[in-house]
Design a protein around this ligand. Sequence first.
Ligand SMILES: [Zn+2]
Length: 83
Amino acid sequence: MQNPEICREIVRQLWPFLDGALPDDLQARVSDHLAGCVNCRSHYDFERAFLEAVRASSNFGDEFEPLRARVLAALAAEGMSIP
Ligand SMILES: [Zn+2]
C-alpha cells in the first residue's frame, strides 16, 4: 500500500523526470517509487508514450504542426509544459 501523499508528489515530478531534469537524488527516488507502485507506473507509461508521440510528431513536416499545436495546448490546459 503506497502513501497517497507520496504518489501525488511523484506524479507531479513525472514530466521533469522524463526529461532527466530532476536532481540525481530525486531522479533516483522517482525511479525507485515507479518500480514499486503500479498506480504511478501507469501514469509514467502514459506520459512517456505521450511525450514520445509529441516528440516524434516534431520530426515530420508542417502537415503535423496543427496536431502538435493542439496537443501542446491540451497539455498547457492541464498545467503541463514540454520544453
Ligand atoms: Zn505511487
